[in-house]
Design a protein. Sequence first.
Length: 284
Amino acid sequence: MSGNAQLLNDTLAAAKAEGRAALIAYLPAGFPTVDGGIEAVKAVLESGADVVEVGLPHSDPVLDGPVIQTADDIALRGGVRIADVMRTVREAHAATGKPILVMTYWNPIDRYGVERFTAELAEAGGAGCILPDLPVQESALWREHAEKHGLATVFVVAPSSKDARLAEITAAGSGFVYAASLMGVTGTRETVSSQAEDLVRRTRATTDLPVCVGLGVSNATQAAEVAGFADGVIVGSAFVKRMLDAPDDAAGLEGSARSPPTSRRASADRCDGPAPSGSPNEWT
């Protein structure tokens, strides 16, 4: 069975055709439980998110700030396994028909086996992976198997990237480009980085892929600002923090995922996405 890379492409193209930025949500698998995590992913998709990144919890999430680290720790203490990540993808996609990506560090895939991981993700209906710490120059094996199984490979770019490096990374990727506008770890912030718009502009000069921005955004006004120049707004720590603060408040999580359909707006009550600080892809 082939994965859903084309569904991801079509979803992002449809948002563009509607004159708006896509809303991409991030939630870790297994948090607060496996079942609870599945319901959370379904809730944000049913409430307006176009795409969800399902995080694969890791014991050393070096690119993530304290909010996502806390959620990952809860998931790992609960015994989450890669099989649970695949189940999360399968059930959320089956319930909503929307594209689901896995965001993961490379080590769990390497230990699990690239062929096994890509085959199972495709079988679950996954659209692909975001791989923030996999260097492009070492990604040939992954990309070979991902392409065979119809999965997108999303790489991360950053403000420190030189134009030639941007071109190298975007040429190897598919689905969209993840623009991490801050040199830091995940977490909500008071202002939108002034580097974000320039990074999007420079990235677009190298590729026709959509460019989606992950960075700390504290309110809908900031999300709308990002949506004014990016193809997608990535919302991470804000959703996770809402769940940590009120794990039983599904209505609150759903409310924060609603996305206005016009004027290139993609808003949330509090928005934030991963902004890696040490990826070999970019910090060179």
